[in-house]
Design a protein around this ligand. Structure first.
Ligand SMILES: Cc1cc2nc3c(=O)[nH]c(=O)nc-3n(C[C@H](O)[C@H](O)[C@H](O)COP(=O)(O)O)c2cc1C
Length: 301
């Protein structure tokens, strides 16, 4: 039996990855788990210049999920390459660098610097964060195409494009990314939401609107993955509300070749490793030897 999966030319030892923004640069997580056991890690998104992020409060728990508006707080591309990457490359598991160039023009610097950065496996281009000024640009197939084309031109590593669910048709975004040379699709980023304190007539988040995540968004994410799987021929990394091994199998059957765990890391810091341990038991019960036997087996809806 094997948990190994393929994402195009990349082979992961298992399909369980840590999602960007919920795992930092893996240093804190290393106190709880052996991170080398993960299928992959997507560190916090990096932008060209350092960003302070949005004003607090940046997160709030709601009845069924988490709202955040961190605003891509990070130290910038050069600092990532010099200070974060050396530690990440010691972890012994694939690293998908999460990159958010601010424009097609900025893709050149990202592509050139990340292509030559030792020990990186792939790039996940984040054109889906709902908490920054580009949020509306990022939601059009035209912009998705322009960004993918520009990044593809300069990047020699495999490229995944991370998409927003906050659009009428995520399929149009996925098709645009595929047409311009994306190797994979990561879906989904957070759902645009709002929590208010009605007595104060105020948003509970400093930035106003925010991104919603956690188990509550799993049906939305599964729907997106299934729709994309029926429309494109490149591998999909499923993200959204995954909290246990049963959730992972749902995503694989819907068409994801790997998954990322986000919010669940906050309340169960060893959730990724627990899932990796649970999966073989379920596979044995169900007579599954290789995950390729079940990936994308949900009939067209
Ligand atoms: C606090 C927080 C910060 C996040 N930061 C990023 C980020 O920097 N880049 C990114 O691509 N996604 C970011 N995300 C989105 C997650 O990677 C993931 O797509 C989303 O939360 C859905 O998965 P989940 O329901 O398992 O959390 C963030 C999510 C949370 C909760």
């Amino acid at each position: 039996m094997t948990l190994s999966v393929k994402l195009g030319a990349i082979t992961l030892s298992n399909p369980i990855m840590a999602a960007s923004g919920t795992f930092g640069y893996a240093k804190d997580a290393a106190r709880f788990i052996d991170v080398s056991r993960l299928g992959g890690i997507v560190p916090k998104t990096v932008t060209k210049n350092p960003r302070q992020g949005n004003k607090p409060p940046r997160t709030v728990e709601t009845t069924a999920g988490l709202l955040n508006a961190i605003g891509l707080d990070n130290d910038g591309l050069d600092e990532f390459c010099e200070k974060k990457a050396p530690y990440l490359r010691t972890l012994g598991c694939p690293i998908f660098v999460s990159a958010a160039p601010g424009s097609p023009e900025e893709c050149q610097e990202f592509g050139e610097k990340l292509s030559t950065l030792e020990g990186m496996t792939a790039v996940e281009m984040n054109i889906s964060c709902p908490n920054v000024e580009h949020r509306n640009d990022w939601a059009t197939p035209e912009y998705c195409a322009a960004m993918t084309k520009a990044m593809r031109k300069y990047l020699t590593l495999p490229l995944s494009v991370k998409l927003t669910p906050n659009v009428t048709s995520i399929v149009d975004l996925a098709k645009a990314a595929e047409a311009e040379g994306a190797d994979m699709i990561s879906a989904i980023n957070t759902c645009y939401g709002l929590a208010i304190d009605w007595r104060k007539r105020k948003s509970r988040i400093g930035n106003g609107y925010a991104g919603y995540s956690g188990p509550a968004i799993k049906p939305i994410a599964l729907r997106c993955v299934k729709q994309i799987a029926d429309a494109v021929n490149i591998p999909i990394i499923g993200i959204g509300g995954i909290a246990n091994a049963e959730d992972v199998f749902d995503f694989l059957v819907a068409g994801a070749s790997a998954v990322q765990i986000g919010t669940a890391n906050f309340y169960t810091p060893d959730v990724t490793v627990r899932i990796i341990e649970e999966m073989p038991k379920i596979m044995a019960q169900e007579g599954i030897n290789d995950l390729s036997e079940i990936i994308g087996t949900l009939p067209k809806i």
